[in-house]
Design a protein around this ligand. Structure first.
Ligand code: 13P
Length: 248
């Protein structure tokens, strides 16, 4: 089954890194999965040189929400990402979520996402998990996704949510596979019941947080998992390519 395999390079990379990375990646990629790479904004255009038909998709790591008539220093609009070959955008990643009030500012950028396919990141903190508050926290974050004022101007045919427990990011710890399936199902049900025009089949949920070659097959084979969003392991061209090549 075709899955989404996404690489979030965060603030890593250089021109040399990119050359070495794609020397390996392009020689060894034999994948039927949908691959998305989110490089730092400054290198997005550089990656266009390595694209050939649909070998991989490009995305931006964050988009600034600005009203149509407001200017913002350091802002990036959806049109700029599209102009640079992107078709995806990450919104509300936990590493930038703190700059907003919860998810609601991030969710507003859905409204101006135009033709970009948004990947909306949610996830509970270690404290929330410890206190049994995971589902309450996720509901709060998903409410913003489903809020009427945040619907994109161009209505999406699908929504992609990345479930990234904050306590799993960069720690080597992952939830039990059954817990990942349980939460993904919970997300699909919540969104389909609260979003007026998206049905359960239109809602894809990716898992992110310490995905590696060791656990990727098990995670990707789990029920209700439509793909993975990978940080650290995606910086190793060999490891990432092998994950892309997995057959599920
Ligand atoms: P790690 O895979 O390094 O835990 O990072 C996950 C992540 O934040 C992807 O967006």
């Amino acid at each position: 089954m075709k899955k989404i395999i996404a690489a979030n390079w965060k603030n890593n990379g250089s021109k040399k890194f990119i050359k070495d990375y794609f020397d390996y990646f392009l020689k060894n990629l034999v994948s039927n999965n949908e691959i998305i790479i989110f490089p730092p904004d400054l290198y997005i255009d550089k990656l266009n040189h390595y694209r050939d038909k649909d070998n991989f998709n490009l995305g931006g790591q964050n988009m600034t929400y600005v009203c149509d008539d407001v200017t913002q220093t350091s802002g990036h609009s959806s049109d700029m990402f599209i102009d640079n070959g992107c078709n995806y955008i990450l919104v509300g990643h936990s590493e930038v979520r703190g700059q907003y009030t919860a998810c609601n500012e991030a969710a507003k950028s859905l409204y101006v996402s135009n033709d970009l396919q948004v990947i909306f990141c949610i996830g509970e903190s270690a404290d929330a998990k410890k206190n049994g508050n995971t589902q309450n926290v996720l509901i709060k974050q998903l409410e913003d996704l489903c809020k009427k004022g945040n619907y994109p101007k161009v209505n999406p045919k699908k929504v992609i949510v990345a479930y990234e427990p904050v306590w799993a990011i960069g720690t080597g710890n992952i939830p039990k596979i059954d817990d990942i399936s349980f939460i993904h199902r919970f997300i699909k049900t919540y969104v389909s019941e609260n979003h007026p025009f998206l049905k359960e089949k239109d809602i894809m949920v990716l898992y992110g947080g310490s995905v590696s070659l060791k656990n990727a097959q098990d995670i990707l084979s789990a029920r209700y998992v439509d793909g993975v969003l990978i940080g650290g392991a995606s910086l190793d061209a060999e490891e990432f390519t092998k994950i892309c090549n997995l057959k599920i």
